[in-house]
Design a protein around this ligand. Structure first.
Ligand code: NI
Length: 396
């Protein structure tokens, strides 16, 4: 009797067009984080058409499907995020966003379609699956505190032995897959600084405390935290991304608002950076007679891939795609709430190349972002091989 893996090529071919169609439907109708009502309804209705799945709604804007195999075994969770971004799309595809100011500019439409395709193929070979496969269609990957935390709280990870997620990745050409054990995505924290001076007439700076000049010094000196005060072998990014002040050319304003992000992998360094920042801010503002407030908010935890699962997934992907297609991923200072699942059980998060080798790549979160849709079939094939091989071989 042929194994489920042997029958995959025809199943994949059958589902390929549907996956593209689902992705385009989602792309046309993007919804932002925590608002994925139509998206989750579409996912729920589509999953209902596949026999053998137990489909539920753990939260208002998420969907969970459970598939119990014909053999005993562990529980594997596969995850897709479903949210779009507040970006005005500038592509001219016939399936471009119909919603002004909202766009699937990170590829989450593709993730959702890939997981739907995976569920459809696996449901067809349910009898030959070991253990249980859980399909997690998650809301709000793009905005802290993220949807993963809600889903963990709602119990979707109960009894799960391993969790695997993927991201379509435009720095990699289609056909290539990147993965890596250890730290792959950073902890994205956010800071808010208010510098208060004493505002007044711009012609009389000597009787005022100019918060703009002081805040400009703060921004410059904060760059020294990374370049002079932290270990050069430990990655850290400190970016000031907003600087707001003033209303007129002849008025020195009373305050400046600064906002930005800090990215780290190392937990000790993560805890240390706000202290180093505050020392700089305190010193610079004191030198200029200004006051300050610093608010520092921790974002997602870093994504740290489990060694044994990552090694096993690598073997499975090499068997499925060949050694030349599977590369060691580069860590990235972006953030992902996939880490919330990894806090509960071992897991790995990998990248599926999605750029067109001829046209080069457009960065994620860009108004012209798009994917080469061949990458969708790569994602489905990867997830299916992982779901069929990992549990059956007691790798979880
Ligand atoms: Ni993303």
């Amino acid at each position: 009797m042929a194994s489920a893996i042997d029958e995959l090529p025809s199943s994949l071919e059958m589902v390929k067009d549907d996956v593209i169609r689902w992705r385009r439907h989602l792309h046309r109708n993007p919804e932002l984080f925590f608002e994925e009502e139509e998206t989750s309804r579409f996912v729920y209705d589509t999953l209902q058409q596949f026999a053998g799945l137990e489909v539920s709604r753990p939260t208002k804007t998420s969907v969970l499907a459970r598939l119990t195999g014909g053999f005993p075994g562990p529980v594997l969770a596969l995850r897709a995020d479903m949210d779009a971004l507040p970006i005005q799309e500038e592509t001219v595809f016939e399936f471009a966003s119909r919603v002004p100011g909202k766009m699937h500019a990170c590829g989450h439409d593709g993730h959702t379609a890939i997981l739907l395709g995976t569920a459809r193929v696996l449901a067809q070979v349910r009898e030959r699956i070991h253990g249980e496969v859980r399909f997690i269609f998650q809301h709000a990957g793009e905005l802290h505190p993220g949807g993963a935390r809600d889903l963990v709280e709602a119990g979707v990870m109960e009894w799960v032995d391993g969790v695997v997620g993927l991201h379509l990745w435009s720095p990699l050409p289609v056909g290539q897959i990147g993965l890596k054990a250890g730290a792959v995505l950073a902890a994205p924290d956010e800071f808010f600084i208010t510098i208060r001076g004493r505002g007044g007439h711009a012609a009389q700076p000597e009787v005022l405390v100019d918060p703009i000049v002081t805040a400009a010094q703060v921004v410059i000196n904060l760059q020294h935290v990374v370049s002079r005060q932290t270990d050069p072998l430990e990655p850290v990014v400190l970016s000031v991304t907003q600087f707001h002040a003033g209303t007129a050319h002849n008025v020195i304003p009373p305050k400046v608002e600064i906002n930005g992000t800090v990215r780290t992998f190392n937990p000790a360094l993560r805890a240390e950076v706000p202290r180093l920042m505050e020392r700089v801010i305190r010193g610079v503002t004191a030198a200029h007679g200004a006051d300050y407030e610093l608010r520092y908010e921790e974002g997602y935890n870093p994504v740290i891939n489990d060694g044994p699962i990552t090694a096993r997934v690598r073997e499975v992907l090499i068997q499925a795609f060949g050694a030349n297609a599977v590369r060691e991923a580069r860590p990235h200072m972006g953030g992902e709430d996939f880490s919330a699942y990894q806090a509960v059980c071992p897991g790995t998060f990998f990248y599926v190349g999605c750029s067109d080798p001829e046209k080069g790549h457009c960065p994620h979160h860009h108004p012209l972002f798009t994917i080469n849709e061949e990458s969708l079939a790569v994602g489905v094939k990867a997830f299916i091989h992982i779901a069929l091989r990992l549990p059956g071989e007691d790798a979880l």
